[in-house]
Design a protein around this ligand. Structure first.
Ligand SMILES: Cc1cc2nc3c(=O)[nH]c(=O)nc-3n(C[C@H](O)[C@H](O)[C@H](O)COP(=O)(O)O)c2cc1C
Length: 201
């Protein structure tokens, strides 16, 4: 009988849906804060291609789905034509070395501040509840967060559509797929967690 507890060596192939990965070492998404003006920069060609191996999976740094999605300095987006065009040579470089490249699409929700928002508006969220102190361990200092504005029910389809368009743009940029960032207390997590989501609609 096979030993089900036996470790699977990292450097063995793995079939992930339609992708045949040649090993199981994955580049985790890592925010770099070097995409000036929310546009990926040419230096990311070197960064990602250095981390590419033939048949290896890479997940790009969290990438904003819209102009309300940002909460950290100089993080990339994928909602404008300029951003899509800027991603293309980066994706091409990963493909040239045989890598499989996913874009992580992201909306920070209330983990933001009005300086990151269009017209200095309040960040949007599932809630307008103030932060509770246990969230102080977040990457952003709580003192710098602007109280969020609760999305109206009729606004939510627009946010879903932003994710849809971002995924479409990622494919247009050449990515092999997307990972929807649904963790770490960002917008989707704000809807998923009962401690934060106090909605009745
Ligand atoms: C500087 C830094 C940036 C990160 N950026 C992202 C990110 O953009 N998206 C994400 O899902 N996780 C992000 N993470 C979490 C890492 O992907 C996570 O630490 C990684 O999955 C490794 O997991 P481990 O620390 O449990 O080994 C970040 C972590 C660090 C340290």
């Amino acid at each position: 009988m096979a030993d089900e507890t036996a470790a699977i060596p990292l450097l063995t192939p793995y079939k992930m849906g339609k992708f045949n990965l040649s090993h199981r070492v994955v580049l985790a998404p890592l925010t770099r804060s070097r995409s000036f003006g929310n546009v990926p920069q040419p230096h990311a060609i070197l960064y990602y291609s250095q981390r590419t191996s033939r048949g290896g999976l890479l997940i790009a740094e969290a990438t904003g789905v819209s102009n309300t999605a940002q909460g950290y300095p100089e993080t990339p987006g994928i909602w404008t034509k300029e951003q899509v065009e800027a991603w293309k040579p980066i994706v091409d470089a990963v493909h040239a070395k045989g890598g499989i490249f996913f874009c992580q699409i992201w909306h920070v929700g209330r983990l933001s501040n009005r300086d990151f928002q269009p017209n200095g508006q309040a960040p949007i969220s599932s809630t307008d509840k103030p932060f509770s102190p246990q969230l102080q361990s977040s990457a952003i200092d709580v003192a710098h967060l602007t109280p969020s504005r609760r999305l109206r029910t009729e606004e939510i389809p627009q946010i879903v559509d932003d994710f849809r368009l971002a995924a479409k743009n990622a494919i247009e940029a050449g990515f092999d797929g997307v990972e929807i960032h649904g963790a770490h207390g960002y917008l989707i997590d704000q809807f998923m967690k009962d401690q934060v989501n106090d909605r009745t609609d």
